[in-house]
Design a binder for this molecule. Structure first.
Ligand SMILES: *Cc1c(COP(=O)(O)O)cnc(C)c1O
Length: 341
C-alpha cells in the first residue's frame, strides 16, 4: 500500500479524481450486478430525465483512518436507508441497502491510497447518488437509472480551529410542509444557491430557514441541522417533517444522552426563544459541528454567550466525543463503525 503523494494538510474541499468508482445500472426493472470502473465520465441522452426534471438523489459520508490505523466509515447503513427514502419519494427504484453498504466498502477499498492518514484532519469524502438516465420528455419518472459512488479526498473542514460563524434568517423558504425537505435531493440544493450567494455577498456564512407555513420556527440551514444548548445544559434540536434527518444530529442526540448524560429534547423551536439559548451549532457530515456565534434576523443580532472566538463548552464536549468515537479513541455504540480495512 502506497499512499498517494498528496499534501493532506493543505487539501481543500474540492473534487479530486480518484482511481475507481462503483456503477450499477437499472434497466428493464432490475439493477445489474454493478462493478468498479475507471471512467469518470458519464454519457447519457441529452433528454435524460435527470437533465430535464432533476430526478436525482444523493448521499454524503466519509472514510477515514482511525488512531489504530484501520480505515472505517461511520454508520453507512443509515445513508443506505435514507437514500432509499429519497429515491422512493422521487419515484426511483430503491438500490438495495445491503448492496449500498457493500458498494461503499468496495469503492473505498479500491481507492484506499487516497484515504488520508490519521491526524491529518483530512478524510475521503464518499458521494453515492442515483439519477434517471433515459430520455424522458413528457413529465414522468425515468425507466432507466444509474447508481454511482465516487470518492474524493477532502481537507480538514476547519483550518486552524473551529471559529464560530454568523448565519442570517433567510427570507426564502427551503421546504414546504408536505414537500421534499426531508429527502436528500439535488432539487433542494438548486433552489438554495441564490440564497447562499446572496448571504455571502452580504457577509453571512449561511442561511437559517424558518418553517414555510408560519415563518416562526427554526428549521435548518441549506445543508446542516441545528442544535442548541440551553443555559441549564439541555440539548435541544428542532423537530419538523420538512428537515433532512441528519445522521450527525441523530448521532449527537445519542452522544448527548448516553455519553454526556444530557437531557435531549427534539421539539419545535421558535425563532423568538433562540435568544435564550447558551450555545448553537450546525451539524452535518462535512464539519461534524460548526459553532454558531451569531444569528442575524433582519438587522437584529442574536449573540450566543459562547461568543465569536471558540466553540461553546457543551458543543465542544459533543464535538470531541463524537469525533473521538469516529476516530476510534472512544468506544462506539454497537454498529456505528464499519471497518473497511
Ligand atoms: C446532508 C444534509 C444534512 C446533514 O446530514 P448528515 O447525515 O449529518 O451529513 C443536513 N441538512 C441537509 C439539508 C442535508 O442535505
Amino acid at each position: 500500500m502506497a499512499k498517494k503523494d498528496i499534501d493532506w494538510n493543505n487539501l481543500g474541499f474540492g473534487y479530486v479524481k480518484t482511481d475507481k468508482r462503483y456503477v450499477s445500472n437499472f434497466k428493464d426493472g432490475a439493477w445489474d450486478d454493478g462493478a468498479l470502473i475507471d471512467d469518470d465520465m458519464i454519457t447519457i441522452s441529452e433528454c435524460a430525465c435527470v437533465l430535464q426534471y432533476a430526478q436525482t438523489v444523493f448521499e454524503g459520508l466519509k472514510a477515514y483512518t482511525t488512531e489504530d490505523g484501520r480505515v472505517v466509515c461511520f454508520r453507512p447503513d443509515l445513508n443506505a436507508s435514507r437514500l432509499a427514502d429519497s429515491a422512493s419519494r422521487l419515484e426511483m427504484p430503491v438500490f438495495p441497502e445491503d448492496r449500498f453498504v457493500d458498494a461503499i466498502a468496495k469503492v473505498v477499498e479500491a481507492n484506499i491510497d487516497y484515504v488520508p492518514p490519521y491526524g491529518s484532519g483530512a478524510t475521503l469524502y464518499i458521494r453515492p447518488y442515483m439519477f434517471g438516465s433515459d430520455a424522458i420528455i413528457g413529465v414522468k419518472p425515468a425507466n432507466e437509472y444509474q447508481f454511482r459512488v465516487f470518492t474524493t479526498p477532502v481537507g480538514p473542514y476547519f483550518k486552524g480551529g473551529a471559529k464560530p460563524i454568523t448565519i442570517r434568517v433567510s427570507d426564502f423558504d427551503r421546504a414546504a410542509p408536505h414537500g421534499t425537505g426531508h429527502i436528500k435531493a439535488g432539487l433542494n440544493y438548486a433552489m438554495s444557491l441564490h440564497a447562499i450567494v446572496d448571504a455571502h455577498q452580504k457577509g453571512f456564512d449561511e442561511n437559517v430557514y424558518l418553517d414555510a407555513a408560519s415563518r416562526t420556527k427554526i428549521e435548518e440551514t441549506g445543508g446542516a441541522n441545528l442544535i442548541f444548548i440551553t443555559k441549564d445544559g439541555k440539548f435541544v434540536t428542532p423537530k419538523s417533517n420538512s428537515i433532512l434527518p441528519s445522521i450527525t444530529r441523530r448521532s449527537l442526540e445519542v452522544v448527548a444522552k448516553d455519553y454526556l448524560g444530557m437531557e435531549v429534547e427534539e421539539r419545535e423551536v421558535y425563532l423568538d426563544e433562540v435568544k435564550d439559548f447558551a450555545e448553537c451549532g450546525l451539524c452535518g457530515t462535512a464539519a461534524v459541528i460548526s459553532p454558531v456565534g451569531k444569528i442575524v434576523d433582519h438587522g437584529k443580532e442574536i449573540c450566543f454567550p459562547s461568543g465569536m472566538e471558540q466553540m461553546g463548552p457543551k458543543t465542544k464536549e459533543l464535538y470531541d466525543t463524537l469525533t473521538g468515537i469516529q476516530m476510534g479513541r472512544i468506544e462506539a455504540p454497537e454498529g456505528w463503525i464499519k471497518v473497511i480495512k
